[in-house]
Structure formats: structure tokens, C-alpha cells
Design a protein around this ligand. Structure first.
Ligand SMILES: NC(=O)c1ccc[n+]([C@@H]2O[C@H](COP(=O)([O-])OP(=O)(O)OC[C@H]3O[C@@H](n4cnc5c(N)ncnc54)[C@H](O)[C@@H]3O)[C@@H](O)[C@H]2O)c1
Length: 329
């Protein structure tokens, strides 16, 4: 299949492009370098032996996006492009609503106009709000606590309504849990913009000496050791989930969780990192972060049933590969 990948030079996008090429799909990437570098394109080529077509295009600009659709007939679109920092979205709601919603609407519009049958959207476990884990796709979505989460819930709604009006348009809403790790080659991984908001890049920066210590937000949650519990998934497993979603016969619209189904606490991640890489991670317990929930993990049965996909890699693989990437940066 020939697949358009928006945001294909970003963290999850670049790993997905590698897996698509490994599965003999033809890839066309668009990205506006908001949170990526051109060097990632050459790294993808080093890993796969193939350089995908690339266009510097902003997905909120319908005209330049149309030019790409004039050049190619696509069999599918995977839409990663977007802003993703929860805290920043509270400070810049208009930027988040504009970029995340307009890019989704533009790509959906062009998909319909050009009869592209498949659309895969990067959604997030954050759409479940502060509900009770394991999160199941049939659960009612609770109110989100930040504009970022709201853009994901709204995009899901926009795409669902678009499917209802267009019977030949099929959409998979992939709700990611917590992707971490990096490609085992050490060539591509997560490069956060400024101070990392997520645990893993913070840990690897402490390991490298860029930051003095890790701040753990709260140890009085009702969890195994009081720290927050999340469903960490290796980014390579997550990338393979996209290939499975593309190749599966999905008719209409389906929301599908991509997680491992297992929760791991912050302290367990620190211990795993220290054990796998033989590096001590100094940390300090500080107050809870507003908006954080105690526990989040996926019910993974729908992904197994519809996509015949499940995560294979362990927490040790994740912390080893994350460090392997960071130390080579
Ligand atoms: N990383 C996570 O923990 C996580 C969890 C759930 C959902 N998601 C979603 O998955 C998607 C990919 O996340 P990621 O971690 O790879 O983020 P990322 O920032 O690494 O990748 C996003 C890419 O999109 C590009 N981009 C942003 N706006 C664009 C625009 N208007 N036009 C063209 N390109 C644009 C950026 O330059 C970047 O390369 C995002 O939509 C994100 O919200 C991520």
C-alpha cells in the first residue's frame, strides 16, 4: 500500500515509517519540523535501506497539502502530526485547538475528496479522563482536564461523524498508552523539546548528567508503592500496532487501545532502568502534579481481536533501548 504519514519524522511517526517499510509499504512523509529534524529521514534510510519520499508541509495548510495529494494516489493515511504537551496546552489552548483540529480536518477532507479508504489517527488514553483502569474502548469518555486531551476527543468525534457521512471512509482511532524506548539501532528515539514532560526522557537525561535528579510527583497514591502507575509500551511495539491497523479489515470506525495491559509504577521504572543499565538515578519525591491520575492501563482484548496484535517487548527492553538512544545522542 502507498501510505501518507503526517508527522512522520517525529518520535512515534519515525518508528512507524520503519515498520511500514519493513512490511513493504511505500511511504510518503509530511512534517513541518515543529518537533523534528531532517536527519531523522537519513536515519530511517540507514535502518531500512530505503529513503521515503518527504515533503516539508504544514498539515494546517490545505493548499500545500493538496499538492501532495495531486502527486500521489494513497491507499491510507496515518495522522501523527500534532502538538502533544499537556501542560503547554493549558497555556496555549488556541495553538493546540488550531494545530490538532485543523490538521485532522484537512487530512480527512482530502481523504474523502481523493477516495482514500483508510485513516489511522493518533489518539490517546487521556480521552478516558480520570476513569478506572483497565480502560476499555466501550467506556464513556469522561471530561478531560486539559486542552490537549480535548483535541484528541474532538478529533475522534470529527472523524466518527465523517465516517457516518461517508460509507467508504474507514477510520481507526488508536488510543496510545505510554510509549517509551527507542529503535534498537539507537538511531531514532524521543528527543524532547526543552525540559521533558514525560518520565522516560527525564530519566535518561538524569542518567547522562544533563539533569541532577528526577522529580517524582507524589508517593501517596493508592498504588503498589504510592507512585503513579502507567501502561508503558515500547515504541517499536506501538509502531507495529499501526501496521496491524492498516492491514486489518476495519469497516466504519473503531477505537482501539494500544497498550500492554500492565501497569508499572514510577519507582519500578527507576529500578528497572538502574538494573538494566547499571546507572543510579537520584530522585526526590515532590507534590502531586495537578491533573495526574493514580493509575492508567489498557484493556488490550480489542486490539488482539481486531488487529491480531499484542505488545511483545518488556520494561527491560524499553529502559535499555531508551538509554542506548540517549547515550548516542
Ligand atoms: N508520545 C506520546 O506519549 C503520545 C501519547 C498519546 C498520543 N500521542 C500522539 O501521537 C502523535 C505523535 O506523537 P509523538 O510522540 O511522535 O510526537 P512528536 O512531537 O515527536 O511528533 C509529531 C510530529 O508532527 C510534526 N508536526 C506537528 N504539527 C505539524 C503540522 N501542523 N504539520 C506537519 N507536521 C507537524 C512535528 O514536527 C513532529 O515531527 C501526536 O499526535 C501525539 O499527540 C503521543
Amino acid at each position: 500500500m502507498r501510505i501518507l504519514v503526517s508527522g512522520g519524522l517525529g518520535f512515534i511517526g519515525s518508528h512507524t515509517v520503519v515498520e511500514l517499510i519493513n512490511h513493504h509499504h511505500e511511504v510518503v512523509i509530511i512534517d513541518n519540523f515543529y518537533n523534528s529534524q531532517l536527519s531523522t529521514l537519513y536515519k530511517i534510510e540507514r535502518i531500512t535501506g530505503k529513503k521515503p519520499a518527504f515533503y516539508e508541509v504544514d498539515a494546517t495548510n490545505l493548499e500545500t497539502l493538496e499538492n501532495v495529494f495531486q502527486r500521489y494516489d494513497f491507499d491510507g493515511i496515518i495522522h501523527f502530526a500534532g502538538y502533544k504537551a499537556v501542560g503547554e496546552s493549558v497555556k496555549k489552548p488556541l495553538d493546540y485547538y488550531f494545530n490538532n483540529l485543523v490538521s485532522t480536518m484537512n487530512l480527512a477532507r482530502l481523504a474523502i475528496e481523493n477516495k482514500v479508504p483508510k485513516f489511522i489517527f493518533s489518539s490517546s488514553a487521556t480521552v478516558y479522563g480520570d476513569g478506572v483502569s483497565p480502560f476499555n474502548e466501550t467506556m464513556e469518555l469522561l471530561e478531560r482536564t486539559n486542552p490537549y486531551g480535548e483535541t484528541k476527543a474532538m478529533s475522534e468525534r470529527i472523524l466518527t461523524d465523517t465516517v457516518k457521512a461517508n460509507p467508504n471512509f474507514n477510520v481507526v482511532l488508536l488510543r496510545y498508552f505510554n510509549p517509551i524506548g527507542a529503535h534498537p539501532s539507537g538511531l531514532i528515539g524521543e528527543v524532547p523539546n526543552g525540559t521533558p514532560n514525560n518520565l522516560m526522557p527525564y530519566v535518561t537525561q538524569v542518567a547522562k548528567g544533563i539533569r541532577e535528579k528526577l522529580f517524582v510527583f507524589g508517593n501517596d497514591y493508592d498504588t503498589i508503592d504510592g507512585t503513579g502507575v502507567r501502561d508503558y509500551i515500547h515504541v517499536v511495539d506501538l509502531a507495529k500496532g499501526h501496521v496491524a491497523a492498516l492491514e486489518a479489515k476495519i469497516v466504519g470506525v473503531e477505537a482501539i487501545n494500544l497498550g500492554t495491559g500492565k501497569g508499572t509504577s514510577v519507582l519500578e521504572i527507576i529500578q528497572a532502568f538502574e538494573h538494566a543499565n547499571n546507572i543510579r538515578i537520584p530522585y526526590e519525591i515532590v507534590d502531586r502534579r495537578p491533573g495526574d491520575i493514580a493509575t492508567s492501563f489498557a484493556d488490550t482484548t480489542k486490539a488482539k481481536r481486531l488487529l491480531n496484535w499484542e505488545a511483545k517487548l518488556s520494561i527491560l527492553d524499553m529502559v535499555r533501548d531508551a538509554w542506548n538512544f540517549e547515550k548516542n545522542l
